[in-house]
Design a protein around this ligand. Structure first.
Ligand code: PMP
Length: 353
């Protein structure tokens, strides 16, 4: 039985993408070569990179003032690369602390400059997105985690500031429309909304670069990757190829407007059931902070937990166990999760009631 993959990441991919990706392992577009064995400097891969970049630009409305990069190292490498490329030792960046991933970004940024934690929801185990805070003068940028994969919270409104936002969008990239002009850097590990693990998408405003005094190792300098068109070194060829297929798929679904509508419908279906069904309770404190990507909930009676997990698994729902720091359940319903997948989970919840 094909399972319904609710895992937080690596995560579900569209069935049509998996089919094309597996065919390309044998023979890429009739070339007689596998995608796994072609050169990263071949015409075939040039075309893949170009199309992937163009699709990112088209879907998010990214102009030439930004570089679009496909790197390795995961979002975790961007925690330090962003600060390393933007922040001088005597300068301060503002950070919004909304979860474990934000905390990790803060830790890494401190290696390169000063960090001012403008707001934090840590005291309440990150169960909401702080909304009451002021952004002090004189910061270099403001960093945020747009969607908190572990705690099931998501920014719905962006900070009101003219400072460039630096955003970790690993778990909600391309799931909704965003005002791109507010962002100085957007980064995202591929393995939730974009493709398999191994590639990291980085969108960076070029005029922010070249302003730090430190010497940057080539591999950690965004400008080197912009100049090299993401092929300064051997990039993760196969993950980028699958990302390109997923980007095509997103475009076919009506682009970000289409994704946003579908994601809103799926999340509403599940949250409505959590709110209605006396057997369950959501873990996010205020409704406005609820993530449309990672839906976290618990059984009202903790003793029901194992039985509900067994019922969900028997219906083919895989990967709904919550992160150990929150407990309970987490249903990740990224772009590629079909509406019918969420319907199945909701049916199990009703039957369980
Ligand atoms: N940020 C967020 C919001 C994440 O969800 C994750 C991974 N779960 C990371 C960063 C870390 O990404 P990676 O494993 O690609 O370094």
């Amino acid at each position: 039985m094909k399972k319904i993959n609710f895992s937080a990441g690596p995560a579900i991919l569209p069935a049509s993408v998996l089919k094309q990706a597996s065919a390309a392992v044998e023979n890429l577009d009739g070339s007689g070569l596998s995608i796994l064995e072609i050169s990263h400097r071949s015409d075939a891969f040039d075309a893949v990179l170009l199309e992937a970049e163009q699709l990112v630009r088209e879907l998010l409305n990214v102009g030439d003032d930004y570089g679009v990069l496909f790197l390795s190292g995961g979002a975790s490498s961007q925690f330090f690369m962003t600060a390393m490329n933007l922040l001088n030792p005597e300068e301060t960046a503002g950070y919004l602390d909304t979860g474990s991933w934000s905390a990790k970004a803060i830790k890494e940024a401190k290696h390169f400059g000063k960090v001012n934690v403008i707001a934090s929801s840590k005291e309440s185990n990150y169960n909401h997105i702080p909304r009451e805070y002021t952004i002090p003068e004189g910061l270099k940028y403001v960093h945020l985690t747009s969607n908190n994969t572990i705690f099931g919270t998501q920014f719905k409104e962006w900070p009101e500031t003219d400072l460039p936002l630096v955003a970790d969008m690993s778990s909600d990239i391309l799931s909704r429309r965003i005002p791109l002009e507010k962002f100085g850097i957007i980064y995202a590990g591929a393995q939730k909304n974009l493709g398999p693990a191994g590639a990291t998408l980085v969108i960076v405003r070029k005029d922010l670069l070249g302003k730090v005094q430190r010497n940057l190792p080539s591999m950690l300098d965004y400008r080197v990757h912009i100049d090299g068109g993401s092929t300064f070194n051997t990039p993760p060829v196969y993950p980028i190829y699958v990302m390109m297929l997923t980007l095509r798929w997103i475009k076919e679904q009506g682009g970000l407007e289409g994704m946003e509508k579908l994601n809103e419908r799926k999340a509403k279906l599940l949250y409505d059931e959590i709110d209605r069904n006396p057997k369950f309770r959501g873990t996010v404190a205020d409704e406005q902070s609820r993530s449309l990507m990672n839906v976290t909930f618990v059984c009202t009676d903790e003793a029901d937990t194992d039985a509900f997990l067994a019922a969900a698994e028997a219906a083919g729902c895989d990967g709904i166990t919550g992160h150990r720091s929150v407990g309970g359940f987490r249903a990740s319903i990224y772009n590629s999760m079909p509406y019918e997948g969420v319907e199945t989970l909701v049916r199990v919840m009703r039957e369980f009631e």
